[in-house]
Write a protein that binds this ligand. Structure first.
Ligand SMILES: Nc1ncnc2c1ncn2[C@@H]1O[C@H](COP(=O)(O)OP(=O)(O)OP(=O)(O)O)[C@@H](O)[C@H]1O
Length: 78
């Protein structure tokens, strides 16, 4: 399996391909499901007054870069 290049995610964030939001901006988690990538929970997004669903990506040292890219490219309803 291909390993994730070190700093790949940090680079994508610094180049503006991915929006980074501090996790502490999300409160009141309620687990609502489990998908192909991992757990999905409902949160309240502080400052925006939106209720959102956050997906967690289960990462271990053997995770393939392709899985991370698929996760990042996923869109609602896909
Ligand atoms: N926006 C959402 N609102 C409400 N529930 C959601 C939302 N997104 C996901 N869920 C819940 O979480 C579960 C898992 O969602 P998720 O999209 O991760 O899995 P999936 O449909 O199996 O596909 P995938 O293989 O892409 O992970 C869904 O079946 C649903 O119950």
């Amino acid at each position: 399996m291909e390993n994730i290049p070190k700093g790949w995610l940090e680079k994508a964030i610094s180049e503006g391909h991915i929006n980074y939001i501090d996790y502490d901006k999300f409160t009141d988690p309620i687990e609502i499901g489990i998908g192909g990538f991992g757990k999905v929970s409902k949160y309240e997004w502080r400052d925006s007054e939106l209720t959102v669903a956050l997906k967690s990506l289960k990462v271990d040292t053997n995770i393939d870069e392709r899985i991370i890219k698929d996760f990042i490219n996923e869109r609602p309803g896909k």
